[in-house]
Design a protein around this ligand. Sequence first.
Ligand code: SF4
Length: 176
Amino acid sequence: MTNKPIVVVSRCLGFAICRWNGAAIENRIIEDLGEQVNFITVCPELEIGLGVPREPILIVKKSIGLKLLQPATGADLTAKMISFCHAFLNSVDQVDGFLLKRKSPSCGLNNVPVYAGPNDEHSIDQVPGFFAQAVLKRFPETPVVDEAQLEDSILREKWLQAVFNRAQLRMVQHEL
Ligand code: SF4
């Protein structure tokens, strides 16, 4: 068993070029963190079969609930994404923290726009992305942060402290 914290991280945060537009993200803080934690990377949009680059996807509010749609293709990705999130999160029973990409309709922790229709210009609400929603529901006690919050030294220290505390507790429980 590893004595480093286990952190699930959005793969586009410096681990692979998997963003919808093929853009790379470099983040020195996350690079440096790699020496202190064990990262498990995940890209929910690639996992449900989307490619790079890909047409953008967004969240639309319907009477039956939130939908994850790709307006250019007309694809409804909701069921695939929910199914992947459940399967993936059930497969990572030991995790000490999450580090997610902000503003993504999949990974965004908060402030992801919700639209009334797939071709609307203006949003009507803001929510976490689909993967982030599943994380918050499945791991309500686990510290979660996005890369923008990580830039804030106070939020970063708070998150890191919580992550290391959880890892230490996990190790102690394992040795009992
Ligand atoms: S935000 Fe999430 S789904 Fe989007 S590219 Fe990054 S890891 Fe993949």
